[in-house]
Design a binder for this molecule. Structure first.
Ligand SMILES: [Zn+2]
Length: 284
């Protein structure tokens, strides 16, 4: 993957041309905070509503009123007025539920550039898309809401979901005899570091077990660690990037057993979402 090519020269020459221009302070910080505050107030609201309901029920729940036929009606009334006060309590639950049921799969380079191009014309983008589409189908069949995303998909901005995983493949060129296998990494910038690390461990473990491909240690690049999508999505969304194999030595496996590749990836995502235990030691 070679997507981020920020030219330092450009930045430098711009600065030299406008030496008088003072860099404006970032007003953005406040904007970035918003979702957190939002969640906090919604959370507080839920707590208050719950407290109100409990308080109302306790008031009603005297031994005398227990046998009253109107108890149910009173409970309904209490719940109703609580809803009028707090309003959003059930919505918070369903929002959270929707978030935890949503998965974003980025088909690397798709919609942007071909990525690695092999001598037979096969492109990394093409194969990434095939894998990503299969992963999407496997997870949709299990009831998840899965967004198949382009490399620079506008939906990545502020993306809220349980997981965002970007799928890439390594070079078509022969590197050396050890250039086989996969690697997975998460964002250094992640807010939920533990969550993202567990996502990486889950994917590494399940992918190695199901595909039999080795973990190719020591070749995690800056392109992976500083992957652009990590900075675009909502900070509470766990994210990782996988280089699922080398398009040289693993070419036959990747193209002839694409379904196994997809199965390994989706099993890794499910391991994370379902909080499954990781038995083996395949993680980096
Ligand atoms: Zn790539």
């Amino acid at each position: 993957m070679d997507t981020n090519d920020i030219s330092e020269e450009n930045i430098q020459s711009q600065t030299e041309e406008n030496p008088q221009k003072v860099v404006e302070p970032k007003v953005k910080a406040g904007k970035d905070k918003k979702p957190v505050e939002f969640t906090f107030w919604r959370g507080l609201q839920t707590v208050l509503v719950a407290a109100f309901i409990v308080a109302s029920l306790f008031t009603l729940w005297t031994p005398g009123s227990l046998v009253e036929s109107g108890l149910e009606a009173k409970m309904a009334q209490a719940l109703e007025s609580a809803q009028e006060l707090g309003g959003a309590a059930p919505a918070v639950d369903s929002e959270e539920e929707a978030r935890s049921n949503r998965i974003g799969i980025v088909a690397g380079h798709h919609g942007s550039d071909p990525g690695a191009v092999c001598s037979n014309g096969m492109t990394e983008a093409e194969l990434n898309l095939e894998i990503a589409t299969m992963v999407q189908k496997l997870l949709v069949d299990l009831g998840y809401e899965v967004d198949l995303l382009e490399e620079f998909d506008t939906r990545l901005t502020g993306y809220q979901g349980a997981v965002v995983l970007s799928i890439h493949l390594d070079s078509c060129e022969y590197v050396n005899d050890q250039a086989t296998g996969f690697k997975v990494t998460s964002a250094l910038s992640a807010q939920d570091v533990a969550g993202s690390q567990r996502l990486v461990a889950c994917i590494s473990d399940r992918y190695a077990n199901i595909t039999g491909l080795p973990y190719h240690a020591g070749s995690v690049t800056d392109d992976m660690t500083y992957y652009h999508a990590f900075y675009e999505i909502a900070p509470e969304t766990s994210a990782a990037i996988i280089e699922a194999g080398f398009m040289n030595m693993d070419y036959r496996f990747l193209t002839e057993n694409t379904d196994v590749v997809a199965e390994g990836i989706s099993a890794g995502i499910l391991c994370y979402i379902n909080n499954e235990t990781i038995q083996s030691n395949n993680n980096p």
